[in-house]
Every structure is written in structure tokens, then in C-alpha cells.
Design a protein around this ligand. Structure first.
Ligand code: PMP
Length: 329
């Protein structure tokens, strides 16, 4: 078997560590034998200050995946349903079933998420509508007005959880800011340090919602604690917003460079707001994945619908482009 030389199937951020992160990890190492700050109070307070919200609205967790699970367990369950678009993050149906609820997957209209159909899929059983913005794996970005129209179409007792795992890679003016929608008590936003801040292996994310919705997650927090070292690294990363933004912009520029090269080949690759691209090669999806794998590049085929290629180092991206040209020839 050919070893994987470039791992482009996991949407990792290959930028260098943000300034201060290594030092924070090193100094937190002196405290790992002590009881940890279970609620990550300092980190939550700093996130709240940054966002301009009340600290009671912020819940830190061991990655946004854990927070999605906490939210779904707190706000849905047996006999209820959770509506989400498809294709979207592959874990959504798994997390919804883990919570005991029924996932309701809504197919796209053409190549875009069908927000009217999402609203129409809501029934008396629906507790949560789950939106991914930008959407993994398609990269589609929902802007503020489109999201606001969708909120208008939903009943008052349905919560809307907006997963913004990739928002920092999108054009700031083009992507809805979930935090700006928090005046609507149905809205909750989940974000992560895994992608934009490059802390995937440390497991830190946060959820922001009105106090009542957020408080319902706290009983599950003891099972999803953010470790001492991870809290320290996240705090340091939070204090480097300019570098974080510059590094995400560099990833986005690389993503767009790869897209331009693929579009030049005549391939169907929609614009993306994530650190990945979505390739729709029809019946050739699997053979493209195999062609890359045979040359040491791992990418992901999803839901039989397309191939997701994460943006890697410039060297990895050059290889993807060269292999795509070879494949197309
Ligand atoms: N949401 C989306 C859309 C994702 O793609 C991922 C990870 N691939 C997550 C949440 C979970 O990320 P983490 O738990 O590392 O924060």
C-alpha cells in the first residue's frame, strides 16, 4: 500500500501554531496534577468578552463535536426529531441518534441547501434545526438575509443550532454571523478552536446561546471537560486574533488557487467558505479518490455525492492540481 504523504481528508489546518500557544502549553504542564477548572471559567469569560456577550451565554466543551452532542442530548431526545440539510457534516445523524432523536435529512435544491424545504420539514416533533455554515462538505456559505428569512419561517419553539466550525475561512462580509442573531432566543451557535486556531488535537470548542438554552448543557459538562493544557492553549490562541485571521486568509487563498486550477480543467467545483473544496465528478468520484490515494494523497468521498479535498500546504495543493490534470488528461 502507498503510504499517505498528504492527509487532505480531515480538514486540518496546516498553518504554524499561533504565537504564545507553545509557551502556554509548556507552562500549563506544571499544573496538570491539579484539579482542573471544570467549567473553563476563565476561557469562557474571555470568549464572552471577545464576543460582547454575557458569560452565562457561553459553554466551553471538549471540541464542538462534544458540544453538538451535549446540545442535542439537552434539547432533543426520544420521540423528537432534528432537521438538517444533506449532504452536511457526517456526524450529525450519528449525534442525533445518540441523543435518542430521529434525524430528518433534507436534500439540496440543485446544488444549494434548500432552506424552504428545511423549514417545511419541521413538524410538531421537531426540537432543533441544525445548520452548518459554511457547510461541510459543500463549502456553501449562508449570508445573513438568507438565514434571517429561514428563521422567520420557523415556529417559535424550535431551536436553531448554527455550526460555524469553518466560519473564519469564509469571506467575513459574506457569511452570516450567528452571534449577531442571538437576539432571537431560538438561536444557538457552536464554534471551535480545531480549525481556525489549529488546536484540533487539544479538543476545545464553545457554544453561545441565551442563558436558559446554554444552562441546559451544564449538567453534561463534567463528561466533556476541557483539559487544563487545552484551556491554556485556547486562551493563548484567542489572544492572537490578527495572526489567526491572517493564517486563515492564507488558507482561503490557497483554497481559491486550487479551485481556479480545477475549474480551468472544466470541473464542477463550487466556491467554498471552508478550508476544503467540494468536487462533483459524477461517476468518476471514486476513481479520482483512488488516483490521489495511489499517489499518497488522502481525500474523502462523501455520501456518494462528491469528493471533499481539504486545503493543505502549498506543496500538497500543487500535487493535487498536478494529479487532477493527469486524471483529466
Ligand atoms: N462541525 C463540523 C461541521 C465539522 O466538520 C467538525 C469536524 N470535522 C466538527 C463540528 C467537530 O469539530 P471539533 O469537535 O474538533 O470542534
Amino acid at each position: 500500500m502507498i503510504p499517505i504523504i498528504h492527509q487532505l481528508s480531515l480538514n486540518e489546518n496546516h498553518s504554524p501554531a499561533l504565537p504564545g500557544v507553545r509557551e502556554a502549553i509548556e507552562s500549563a504542564a506544571d499544573r496538570v496534577h491539579l484539579t482542573l477548572d471544570a467549567l473553563a471559567a476563565e476561557l469562557s469569560a474571555e470568549i464572552a468578552r471577545d464576543l460582547g456577550v454575557d458569560p452565562a451565554m457561553v459553554v466551553a466543551g471538549a471540541g464542538s463535536g462534544a458540544l453538538l452532542q451535549q446540545f442535542l442530548s439537552a434539547h432533543s431526545g426520544p420521540g423528537t426529531a432534528v432537521v438538517h440539510a444533506w449532504p452536511s457534516f457526517e456526524l450529525y445523524p450519528v449525534l442525533i441518534r445518540n441523543a435518542g432523536a430521529a434525524p430528518v435529512a433534507v436534500p439540496p435544491k440543485g446544488h444549494l441547501q434548500d432552506l424552504d424545504a428545511l423549514a417545511a420539514a419541521v413538524t410538531g416533533e421537531t426540537r432543533v434545526v441544525l445548520l452548518c455554515n459554511p457547510n461541510n462538505p459543500t463549502g456553501e456559505v449562508l449570508d445573513g438575509p438568507r438565514l434571517a428569512r429561514m428563521l422567520d419561517a420557523l415556529p417559535p419553539d424550535v431551536l436553531v443550532l448554527i455550526d460555524e466550525a469553518y466560519r473564519e475561512f469564509a469571506e467575513p462580509g459574506a457569511v452570516a454571523d450567528g452571534i449577531a442573531l442571538l437576539g432571537d432566543p431560538r438561536v444557538a451557535v457552536v464554534r471551535t478552536f480545531s480549525k481556525s486556531h489549529g488546536l484540533l488535537g487539544l479538543r476545545v470548542g464553545y457554544l453561545v446561546a441565551n442563558e436558559r438554552v446554554a444552562a441546559a448543557l451544564r449538567p453534561t459538562t463534567p463528561f466533556f471537560r476541557v483539559p487544563t493544557v487545552a484551556q491554556a492553549a485556547a486562551l493563548a490562541a484567542l489572544r492572537a486574533p490578527d495572526r489567526m485571521r491572517a493564517q486563515c486568509a492564507a488558507v482561503a487563498a490557497e483554497r481559491d488557487r486550487v479551485r481556479a486550477g480545477l475549474v480551468e480543467l472544466g470541473w464542477d467545483v463550487p466556491p467554498s467558505g471552508g478550508n476544503f473544496l467540494w468536487l462533483r465528478l459524477g461517476g468518476r468520484n471514486q476513481s479520482f479518490v483512488d488516483h490521489l490515494a495511489a499517489n499518497g494523497v488522502a481525500v474523502r468521498e462523501i455520501a456518494g455525492a462528491g469528493v471533499r479535498v481539504s486545503t493543505g500546504t502549498p506543496e500538497a495543493n500543487d500535487l493535487v492540481l498536478a494529479l487532477a490534470k493527469e486524471f483529466a488528461a
